[in-house]
Design a protein around this ligand. Structure first.
Ligand code: ADP
Ligand code: MG
Ligand code: MG
Length: 894
C-alpha cells in the first residue's frame, strides 16, 4: 500500500487524523456505495513532511501517478486527453473543518488544447471557456501567488467593454478573450507562461494546497479555535463533475435536519446550471429542495435516499455538498454538521426517539456551553430598535439600563434600585464594584480576554467589549457614536450574545429554558410561544435529568446569602460549597470590622465583636434554612486586611488637612498610625485568610460561634442544618490545628450552654501549593478539602489575577504561552497536578475525606471533566452555572 496516497476505497470516517475530515468522509461515503467521484487523498503525513523539509516527499510523485492511472481506468478518460479530458479538483481538508481558510483549485487539467475537448464533450463552448477562465484565475491567485485583484479588475473591464454587469452575461468569445488576458497577467507576473502540462498543474496545485495550511489567516483561525498548528492538511484529488452543464445539472448543499432550529426534515439550497461555489457566492437566488423535487424527481429521490442513509450511518445531523450532472447525482462532501445550541438539544433527543442513539450518546452530543447560551435573557425582536454600535460579544445576555461612566456612580445608582450599564474605555480591577452593580458592561477597548470580558463572564454579567466606535468623554459624562450623543442616565441596551449596542429601551424576557429551570417544566411549557420551543424545553429537561442520573460528581453552589442559596437550590444545587463571609462584612458592618482590627485593647475589640455576632448569626440562619438537609460550607473570613481598613493616602490627607486648619485630629491620627503599622506592600500575599484569623484574636471565634448558634437555632426550629467550617489559605497543618482547637472549644461551650451536641466538620481550602504538597499531613486534621483553584492558580503561576489580564494575557495568547486563561480553564499540567497530588495524598491519609472544588473552575466545562477524572466528590460554582455543571458532570460520566 502506498504511504502518502490513499484511494477513496481504502479509508474510512475514523481516519480524520490521516485523511482529514473531507477525505475520511469521502472514503466513508464511497464505502457506503454512495456516488462519489473516484478520487484519492494525499495524507496529512505528506503535509507534515512538507512542513518539516519545505518539499513534498520524494515518493509522492510516483504514488500520485499510480492513483491517477487508476482513476483514469475507472472513468475511461485520461488526464490531458485533447478529445475527452479528465479534469480534477485539488481540495484542502484538515482534521478540523476550517471553513474558507485554505485553498481548493477546480478544473485542473484544462489547457489551450483540452478546453476544446471539454467544449465538444459538453456541447457547450461558453461553459468550457468559463471553466478555463476560472482555472487560470484560481490557479494564478492561489498557486502562483498573483494578486487576485488583477484578475477581478480584468474581469470587470471585460464586462464594462461589453456593457454587461454579470459574469454569466459574458459569452464564449468574451471568455476566450479573457483567458488570453489572464494568461498575459500570469506571464507578466511570473515571467513564464501559464503551465500547459496538466500534470505540472496538478503537482503545483498540490504544493499550493499543502502550503495553504500555513497562511497567516489559517494560523490565526487555528489559534482562535485552539487547533494545533502541527496537524497539517490532507489534499483530495477528485474527478470534476459538472453542475453547470445546462438545466438538468446543478449543485447544492443540504442538511438532514435544520441546523438552525433542529426541526426535522431535509433542508438545503440548490442552484441549477451552476458550479460548486456559486451556491454560497449568492450570485443567483437559490431554490429549495422541494423545487428540486419538482424539477428532477429522480435525482431528488436519490439525494433523499443518500441523506437518509448518511444520517442513519452517522447517527447525527449531516451536511452535504452535492452536484447533479445531467440528472446524475454526485456526492462531493459530507460531515456531521455544525448546529446552534437549540438545534443541538432538539436533534439529540429526536435521535433518541428515533432509536438511532442512546440517551448517553445524546448527552455527549450537547454541551454546557450550549446550555448556557440557552439561559440568557433575550431581547424581544422588534422593528424600532436603534443600533448604535457593534462590539465583540464577550459575555452573553441582554441588558438594559442607564449609561454610567464610572464604578462609583454605577454603585450609587444601583443602590437606589436603578439598572445601570457601566460604560468604560476599558475596565480594571477598580471597576469591579461597578461591574457587580451594573446589569451590563460595555467597553470601547479590549478583546475577549480583556479584564471586562473575563470578569463579566466569570460572574455571568452581560458584556460587550471593543466597541471601537464608542468615543467616551469623561468630562462631559457622555459618549459619541455614529452621530448620537449618549449622556449619563440615557438608556442603553446591550446584547452580549451578538455584540450589539442599542439606544433606548429594548424589552427583554427570560429565555424559555431559564424559565424551565427556575419555575419547572409545566410553567415553561405553558409559557412557550410555539411547538418548537416546547420541544426544546422538553429536550433540555430530558438530557439534564439524564445527566443527573448518571453523574458521579455532586454539584454545589457558591452562595453567600440566603437568596443566592435559594436560587441555587431551585437550579439543582446539592449544597453550598462556598459561603464567602467577607461579603457579609462590607457595607455598614465594615466599621465594626474596622474596630475589631484596630482595637487598642481587648475590651474595645470584644465590644465590636459582640456587636457583630447577632448579625452574623442571622446570615447563617438564613443560609442554613434555605439549604436545609444539605451540606453548607462556610468559609471563615479570608480577604486581605487592607480591604477592611481606610485607605492610607486618604487618611493621611485628612490628617494633614486637619492639622493645617488647627483642628483636633487625635482619633484619625491614632487610626493612621494603626493603618501605617499594618500597611502591606503586597496584601494578596499578606495578612489574610487563616493568618488574619490567628493574628486578630476573637475574629474567627466570633464566626465559629455564629455558625454554632445558627445551627442550634435551626435545630430548635425543627430544621436539619448541615454547616461545615472551612479554613482558608492554610499552608501548614499547624495553622489548621490552632483553628480547630479554637473551634472545638467554642463548640463545646455552645453545646454546654444550649444543652445540645455540636460537632461540626472542620476542613480546609487547598489554595496554596504547600497545602497541596503536604496534603497527607493536612488530611490528618481536615474533614474535607475544597480546592480554591482561583488562588491556587495565582499562587502556582505567581501572577495576580487582578493585574495580568490586561497586562500581558493578550500577548501570551498570541504567542502561544497560554491557549486559554488558566483562571477560566484549569491548567491541568500545573495547577491540576497539584490537585491530583493532594487528592492522592489526602485520600491515602484519610479514606473518608470529602473532596470538592470551589473556584471559578467548578463551573467550567473542561475543568469539570478534569475534576471528574481526578476523583473529586463535588464541584461548586455560581448558582447560575449549576445547571451547566450538572450537565457537564453527566457528560464526564458517560
Ligand atoms: P471547501 O472546503 O471550502 O468547501 P471544497 O473542496 O469543498 O472547498 O470545494 C469548493 C467547492 O467546489 C465545493 O462547493 C465543491 O462542491 C466544489 N467541488 C470540489 N470538487 C469538485 C469536483 N470534483 N467536481 C465538482 N465540484 C467540485
Ligand atoms: Mg466544501
Ligand atoms: Mg482564596
Amino acid at each position: 500500500m502506498a504511504t502518502y496516497v490513499w484511494d477513496f476505497t481504502q479509508g474510512d470516517k475514523d481516519q480524520k487524523d490521516l485523511l482529514g475530515g473531507k477525505g475520511a468522509n469521502l472514503a466513508e461515503m464511497t464505502r457506503l456505495g454512495l456516488p462519489v467521484p473516484p478520487g484519492f487523498t494525499i495524507t496529512t503525513e505528506a503535509c507534515r513532511a512538507f512542513m518539516r523539509t519545505g518539499a513534498v516527499p520524494r515518493e509522492l510523485a510516483v504514488e500520485v501517478t499510480t492513483a491517477l492511472r487508476k482513476m483514469e481506468d475507472t472513468l475511461g478518460r485520461r488526464f490531458g486527453d485533447p478529445d475527452d479530458p479528465l479534469l480534477v479538483s485539488v481540495r484542502s481538508g484538515a482534521k478540523f473543518s476550517m471553513p474558507g481558510m485554505m485553498e481548493t483549485v477546480l478544473d485542473v487539467g484544462l489547457n489551450d488544447t483540452t478546453v476544446h475537448g471539454l467544449a465538444r464533450f459538453s456541447g457547450d463552448e461558453r461553459f468550457a471557456w468559463d471553466s478555463y477562465r476560472r482555472l487560470v484565475q484560481m490557479f494564478g491567485r492561489t498557486v502562483l501567488d498573483i494578486d487576485g485583484a488583477l484578475f477581478s479588475d480584468a474581469l470587470d473591464a471585460a464586462k464594462a467593454a461589453r456593457g454587461v454587469t454579470s459574469d454569466v452575461d459574458l459569452d464564449a468569445d468574451a471568455l476566450r478573450e479573457l483567458v488570453g488576458t489572464f494568461q498575459e497577467i500570469v506571464r507578466t507576473h511570473t515571467g513564464s507562461p501559464f503551465p500547459q502540462d496538466p500534470r505540472e498543474q496538478l503537482d503545483l496545485a498540490i504544493v499550493a494546497v499543502l502550503g495553504s495550511w500555513n497562511t497567516e489567516r489559517a494560523r490565526l483561525y487555528r489559534r482562535k479555535e485552539r487547533i494545533p498548528d502541527d496537524l497539517g492538511t490532507a489534499v483530495n484529488v477528485v474527478p470534476m463533475v459538472f453542475g453547470n452543464l445546462g438545466p438538468t445539472s446543478g449543485t447544492g448543499v443540504a442538511f438532514t435536519r435544520d441546523p438552525a432550529t433542529g426541526k426535522t426534515g431535509n433542508y438545503g439550497d440548490y442552484l441549477a446550471n451552476a458550479q460548486g461555489e456559486d451556491v454560497v457566492a449568492g450570485i443567483r437566488n437559490t431554490l429549495s429542495l422541494e423545487d428540486l423535487a419538482q424539477r428532477d424527481p429522480g435525482a431528488y429521490a436519490d439525494l433523499r435516499r443518500a441523506m437518509r442513509q448518511l444520517e442513519t450511518h452517522y447517527r447525527d445531523l449531516c451536511d452535504i455538498e452535492f452536484t447533479i450532472e445531467r440528472g446524475k447525482l454526485w456526492m462531493l462532501q459530507t460531515r456531521v454538521g455544525k448546529r446552534t445550541a437549540p438545534a443541538a438539544f432538539r436533534i439529540a433527543t429526536q435521535l433518541v426517539d428515533e432509536h438511532l442513539i442512546t440517551l448517553d450518546e445524546a448527552l455527549a452530543r450537547v454541551s454546557g456551553a450550549q446550555l448556557s447560551q440557552l439561559l440568557f435573557p433575550q431581547f424581544a425582536v422588534s422593528d424600532d430598535r436603534t443600533l448604535l454600535a457593534r462590539g465583540m460579544a464577550a459575555s452573553p445576555g441582554a441588558a438594559v439600563g442607564a449609561a454610567v461612566f464610572d464604578s462609583a456612580t454605577a454603585q450609587q445608582r444601583a443602590a437606589l434600585g436603578e439598572d445601570v450599564v457601566l460604560v468604560r474605555r476599558e475596565t480594571n480591577p477598580d471597576d469591579l464594584g461597578g461591574m457587580i452593580a451594573a446589569v451590563g458592561v460595555l467597553t470601547a477597548r479590549g478583546g475577549k480576554t480583556s479584564h471586562a470580558a473575563v470578569v463579566a463572564r466569570g460572574m455571568g454579567r452581560t458584556c460587550v467589549v471593543g466597541a471601537e466606535a464608542v468615543d467616551i468623554d469623561l468630562v462631559t459624562r457622555s459618549f459619541r457614536v455614529d452621530g448620537h450623543v449618549v449622556r449619563e442616565g440615557d438608556t442603553l441596551a446591550i446584547d452580549g450574545g451578538t455584540g450589539e449596542v442599542f439606544l433606548g429601551q429594548v424589552p427583554v424576557e427570560p429565555s424559555p429554558v431559564s424559565r424551565y429551570l427556575e419555575e419547572g417544566l409545566d410553567a415553561a411549557l405553558d409559557h412557550a410561544p410555539d411547538d418548537d420551543t416546547r420541544e426544546l424545553v422538553r429536550s433540555v429537561d430530558r438530557l439534564l435529568t439524564h445527566a443527573d442520573t448518571v453523574r458521579r460528581l455532586h454539584v454545589h453552589a457558591n452562595a453567600d446569602t440566603a437568596a443566592d442559596a435559594a436560587r441555587a437550590r431551585r437550579l439543582g444545587a446539592q449544597g453550598v460549597g462556598l459561603c464567602r463571609t467577607e461579603h457579609q462584612f462590607l457595607g455598614e458592618r465594615r466599621v465594626l470590622v474596622e474596630r475589631v482590627v484596630l482595637a487598642s485593647g481587648d475590651d474595645e475589640r470584644q465590644a465590636a465583636l459582640d456587636a457583630l455576632l447577632p448579625l452574623q448569626r442571622e446570615d447563617f440562619v438564613g443560609l442554613l434554612r434555605e439549604m436545609d438537609g444539605l451540606p453548607t460550607t462556610i468559609r471563615l473570613l479570608d480577604p486581605p486586611l487592607h480591604e477592611f481598613l481606610p485607605d492610607l493616602t486618604d487618611l493621611s490627607v485628612r490628617v494633614a488637612l486637619a492639622h493645617e486648619r488647627g483642628e483636633d485630629a487625635a482619633s484619625d491620627e491614632r487610626l493612621l498610625a494603626a493603618v501605617r503599622r499594618m500597611h502591606e506592600a503586597n496584601p494578596m500575599l499578606g495578612l489574610r485568610g487563616v493568618r488574619l484569623g490567628l493574628v486578630v484574636p476573637g475574629l474567627f471565634a466570633l464566626q465559629i460561634r455564629a455558625v454554632c448558634e445558627a445551627v442550634v437555632e435551626r435545630r430548635a426550629a425543627g430544621g436539619d442544618p448541615r454547616a461545615e467550617i472551612m479554613v482558608p489559605l492554610v499552608g501548614s497543618v499547624q495553622e489548621l490545628r490552632l483553628v480547630k482547637d479554637e473551634a472545638r472549644t467554642i463548640m463545646a461551650a455552645v453545646s454546654a450552654e444550649r444543652g445540645v451536641d455540636l460537632d461540626l466538620p472542620v476542613g480546609v481550602m487547598i489554595e496554596l501549593p504547600r497545602a497541596a504538597l503536604t496534603a497527607d499531613r493536612i488530611a490528618q486534621e481536615a474533614a474535607f478539602f475544597s480546592f480554591g483553584t482561583n488562588d491556587l492558580t495565582q499562587t502556582t503561576w505567581g501572577f495576580s489575577r487582578d493585574d495580568v489580564e490586561g497586562a500581558f494575557f493578550a500577548q501570551y495568547t498570541d504567542n502561544g504561552v497560554l491557549t486559554v486563561s488558566p483562571f477560566e480553564t484549569i491548567d491541568a499540567l500545573g495547577v491540576g497536578r497539584l490537585v491530583q497530588i493532594a487528592v492522592e495524598q489526602g485520600r491515602a491519609a484519610r479514606p473518608d475525606l470529602t473532596l470538592g472544588v470551589c473556584g471559578e473552575h467548578g463551573g467550567d466545562p473542561e475543568s469539570i471533566r478534569f475534576f471528574h477524572d481526578a476523583g473529586l466528590d463535588y464541584v461548586s460554582c455560581s448558582p447560575f452555572r449549576v445547571p451547566v455543571a450538572r450537565l457537564e458532570a453527566g457528560r464526564a460520566a458517560v
